[in-house]
Every structure is written in structure tokens, then in C-alpha cells.
Write a protein that binds this ligand. Structure first.
Ligand code: TA6
Length: 296
């Protein structure tokens, strides 16, 4: 069967192949019988696309993204672990997003095509974060896209971490997009040095740079505009983050084109306010399920 595939395409399991992606980085491509697809780079266990049968990617990726093993891919779903943002001594957003993950099991059953990627502690991670762990990212493509992060403490001392699935969504126009589900929720506003505020009782609209951590946010959020949108259902991640750099910060980011803040918004399932604590042998799972919303 593999003779019918592109020379650099290697069949992994039913509906899953391994291919060379941008910058020669390896990616796993999931193809659902409906024609929808998803791509996951081993670099960072980074989901970069979730396309419908017509090839429309609901995830946003910058045309300026770097695609090399020393950088984070700008867009898609970076895995933030074991530290959210600058909330600790580690490199921003931790090391998982720039680590090389290994391919685990994959397959297709119950109408879903799925892959698992694994990252364990090694000399480089222990130099930054002296803990023994195993992390697994499971990506499951059906009518929806499910992304689940599992972390196990494989050492003999407890540890704590923060984490997020830093999802970048493709939107038609930042002036029109509405993020709902956060009404009345308390948040820290990073654009105001972490000042606390409460979301008013109306859906969030993006007006300039927006960088907020909503504590204990509802598990169902919507990102919508007139052409449709995304329903994000999260579990195990108590918090939610919303980010758009706005025009000024966009200009300062070298892997982000100046005008691209107009067509993206990050809505992230996160665990920030209260770090997860795992004792030896304990396991934690957080997940998000994305589905399409019809045009209103
Ligand atoms: O999750 C929001 C955030 O922490 C913002 O403060 C912003 O910096 C964003 O992540 C992107 O971070 P990055 O390190 O990928 O440029």
C-alpha cells in the first residue's frame, strides 16, 4: 500500500501517516473517513491543523512561524507544560512546546482516528525541572477534535506544574469575533500588570491587546462570528486564557506578521490559578474538545 503514497509519507496505522512537514520536521497526519484531517508535529506535540473536508483549517498558524527545532511553532495548539507563561523560573510556557516528543500508539476505532505522543523526563528536562514524569498527548479526530494531555509522576517526590493547550483559532475579523462563556468570571489582566477584574455580563469582544487569565471558567466556551465558530469544551483545566496581541505587540513579535492579529484569537484551556500537585504515581488529565458551530 505504501507504494501509492508520496515517497516521504510513511503509513503508521489506519488513517495515520508520518510525513516531512515544514522545515523538515516530522508530522503525523490523521485522515478521517469524512475527509477531515489533523496534523501533529512531533516537535512540541504541536497540533498545527484541523481541517474540514474542504481543507479549511480552523486553527491559525502564522505565515511567519519558524519551523525549526529550537523554536515554538507560532499558532496551532502549543502544549504549555510544566509552567504557564513566566509564572516560575522555567523558560516561558515551559519546555514541552520545544521538546521532541515520541510517537506512541495510534489507530482508528469508534469513528475516530487517534494518535498518542509521549515525552518523558531526560537530562535536558531534569536540568530545568528536577522531576521524573511521563506526559502523553492524545489527539483524536472524529466529527470533533479532542486533545488530551496526561501527566504522571514517575518519581519518588511530589511535584507541581501549570499547563495549557494554547489554542490559536482562525477568525475572519478580530473586530467581529465574540468569545462567550466567560460572563461574570474573575480574571487577571496581564495588559494591566495582572490587575484583577470581572468580565461584565456580556460576551468578550477583542478591543486591542488582550491577555487575560480567567479563573475557574465554565467548561464550555464559544468563539464565534457571523460565519460560524468553535465550541470548546474543556475538562480538567479549570481556567481559561484569552490572548490577542493587538497591533502594537504584533509588530514586536518576529514570528508574527503585523496584520495577523486581525485573523487569530487564542482561547486556551488552562490550569494556572492553582497548580496541579502530583504525588508519586499520581496521574492528571486535562482535555479540550473542539467542534464546529454553524453560521448564525
Ligand atoms: O497565554 C497568553 C500568553 O502568555 C501571552 O502573555 C502571550 O505572551 C502569549 O502567551 C504568547 O506567548 P509566546 O511565548 O508564545 O509568544
Amino acid at each position: 500500500m505504501s507504494q501509492h503514497l508520496h515517497p516521504k509519507t510513511q503509513a503508521v496505522s489506519s488513517g495515520v501517516s508520518r510525513q516531512d512537514g515544514h522545515g523538515g520536521l516530522s508530522k503525523l497526519v490523521l485522515t478521517h473517513p469524512s475527509g477531515s484531517t489533523a496534523e501533529v508535529y512531533l516537535h512540541g506535540a504541536h497540533v498545527t491543523s484541523w481541517c474540514d473536508a474542504a481543507g479549511r483549517n480552523a486553527l491559525w498558524v502564522s505565515r511567519r512561524s519558524r519551523w525549526d527545532s529550537s523554536a515554538t511553532i507560532r499558532g496551532g495548539i502549543p502544549v504549555v507544560f510544566p509552567q504557564f507563561a513566566e509564572l516560575g523560573p522555567l523558560p516561558k510556557h515551559g519546555f514541552a512546546r520545544t521538546a521532541e516528543w515520541e510517537t506512541g500508539d495510534s489507530g482508528s476505532d469508534d469513528g475516530a482516528v487517534w494518535v498518542q505522543l509521549r515525552l518523558g523526563d531526560n537530562e535536558a528536562t531534569r536540568a530545568l525541572w528536577p522531576h521524573r514524569f511521563e506526559a502523553e498527548l492524545r489527539v483524536e479526530l472524529s466529527g470533533s477534535l479532542r486533545v488530551a494531555l496526561e501527566v504522571v509522576n514517575t518519581g519518588n517526590a511530589p511535584f507541581e506544574f501549570t499547563a495549557a493547550l494554547h489554542s490559536y483559532f482562525h477568525i475572519a475579523d478580530v473586530d467581529e469575533v465574540v468569545v462567550s462563556g466567560l460572563e461574570g468570571i474573575r480574571y487577571r489582566d496581564k495588559t494591566r500588570y495582572g490587575a484583577e477584574s470581572v468580565q461584565e455580563n456580556s460576551a468578550l469582544r477583542i478591543r486591542g491587546e488582550t491577555d487575560r487569565v480567567y479563573a475557574y471558567a465554565p467548561d464550555e466556551l464559544q468563539v464565534r462570528d457571523a460565519s460560524g465558530g468553535i465550541l470548546l469544551r474543556k475538562r480538567g483545566f479549570p481556567d481559561a486564557v484569552v490572548w490577542n496581541p493587538g497591533p502594537q505587540l504584533a509588530q514586536k513579535l518576529d514570528d508574527f506578521a503585523d496584520d495577523e492579529f486581525r485573523t487569530m484569537v487564542c482561547v486556551e484551556a488552562a490550569c494556572v490559578e492553582q497548580p496541579v500537585r502530583l504525588t508519586p504515581g499520581q496521574r492528571w488529565t486535562g482535555e479540550q474538545v473542539l467542534s464546529h458551530l454553524p453560521a448564525s
